[in-house]
Write a protein that binds this ligand. Structure first.
Ligand code: PLP
Length: 390
């Protein structure tokens, strides 16, 4: 067999490998605290589950339009008007099986040999993977601990060349929990006026998970770039629906049709009951969103305090999402080695910063979507693990 050369370009999401190993260790009877995979540890709220159940019972078993059912796209438009203050046409919404799919479609739509696509590093690993798979060159936008892992507008703009087709951005961010301040977005948008052919994909999947009274800044809300912004969002994180597989893109102009064509060629549509559940998520009671956010905020404080008490660790306070990304250089152990040691010996699943790009060396990602007790226990285990090594 002879595979296409581009298969060698596909990366992966190490968090899934860590999860598989953690499950295997658990099956052997080991006690594992899972701070690896990025998914809420809450169940999907019952009203949403019930809507899915009812849809199945009512016979919604067939294909739907490839871009999603009209009432769902209308609900998305209403949600965007409420939370981002932007009026959009429901026809610009393309519902897909998870937030990830929008980034893959964007990479396929803009990427090809000779093209360049900018992406955050450390960043969600699928950005780089999808860009390289498309044949384009993935150009990293380095993110630094010193600025709370915000991107710098100046640095982003400095990376743009005549070959740049697309810029991928993410705030609040995985894996850092970093949130880019509005002033930086303003500067970026101002600078983008000089690059009218460059599109922007804004991954805002953590927009509802912000702390310390911060307000979400959406790139969709800037009129001067509106016609070239692709918004990526979904239900996975906000409504604890990672396993349902549903997300959406808001695509400018004719790109919605192109994205729909990609959907027709790959997944056809998202299953109907999940779409009905997603309508309930957006239009039903929202208390659970606030409850989960409060719980994450509490755990955030616990984990940052705990991490900063570990010798060799130093952790800036994340402002969004549910990740903390301490600098671990003081331990003298490489990120991957520490990830493996903590899982195999201490029973704590984390993900090495290097899984999120080369600028992640010296860091470890913790997902604090776990109970406070588990987080505290993990901190104890890490301290003991490090003490035993010295
Ligand atoms: N974007 C970011 C930044 C993420 O962290 C994730 C998931 O971890 C996704 C997108 C993908 O979400 P989904 O599970 O809906 O595909």
């Amino acid at each position: 067999m002879r595979l296409a050369g581009r298969m060698a370009q596909l990366g992966t999401e190490t968090a899934f490998e860590v999860l598989a190993r953690a499950k295997a260790l658990e099956a052997e009877g080991r006690s594992i605290i899972n701070l690896g995979i990025g998914q809420p540890d809450f169940q999907t709220p019952e009203n949403i589950v019930e809507a899915g159940r009812k849809a199945l019972a009512d016979g919604h078993h067939g294909y739907t339009p490839a871009n999603g059912i009209q009432p769902l796209r209308e609900a998305v438009a209403a949600d965007i008007a409420e939370h981002r203050g932007v009026e959009i046409d429901p026809a610009s919404v393309v519902v897909v099986p998870g937030g990830k799919v929008t980034m893959f479609f964007a990479a396929l739509m803009f990427g090809e040999e000779g093209a360049e696509i900018l992406y955050p590093n450390p960043g969600f690993p699928i950005y780089q993977s999808a860009i390289e798979f498309s044949g384009a060159t993935a150009v990293p936008i380095p993110l630094y601990e010193e600025t709370g892992f915000s991107f710098s507008a100046e640095e982003v703009l400095s990376k743009i060349t005549p070959r740049t087709r697309l810029i991928m951005l993410n705030s609040p961010a995985n894996p850092t929990g970093g949130v880019t301040p509005k002033a930086e977005f303003d500067r970026l948008v101002e600078g983008l006026a000089a690059h009218p052919d460059v599109a922007i994909m804004s991954d805002e999947i953590y927009s509802r998970l912000l702390y310390d009274g911060q307000e979400h800044v959406s790139l969709l809300a800037y009129p001067s770039i509106r016609e070239r912004v692709i918004l990526l969002d979904g239900w996975s994180k906000t409504y604890a629906m990672t396993g349902w597989r549903i997300g959406y893109g808001v695509w400018p102009g004719e790109l919605a049709e192109q994205a729909t064509r990609l959907a027709v060629n790959s997944n056809s549509c998202v299953n109907a009951p999940t779409q009905m559940a997603a309508i309930e998520a957006l239009t039903g009671p929202q208390e659970s969103v606030a409850t989960m956010r409060l719980a994450f905020d509490e755990r955030r404080k616990i984990i940052v305090r705990g991490l900063n008490q570990i010798e060799g660790f130093r952790c800036v306070e994340p402002q969004g999402a549910f990740y903390a990304m301490p600098n671990i250089e003081g331990t003298g152990i490489g990120a991957r080695e520490l990830q493996d040691g903590l899982l195999e010996v201490a029973g704590v699943a984390t993900v090495a910063g290097t899984s999120f790009g080369e600028y992640g060396e010296g860091y470890l990602r913790f997902s604090y979507a776990a109970s406070s007790e588990q987080i505290l226990e993990a901190m104890t285990r890490i301290r003991e693990f490090l003490a035993q090594r010295t």
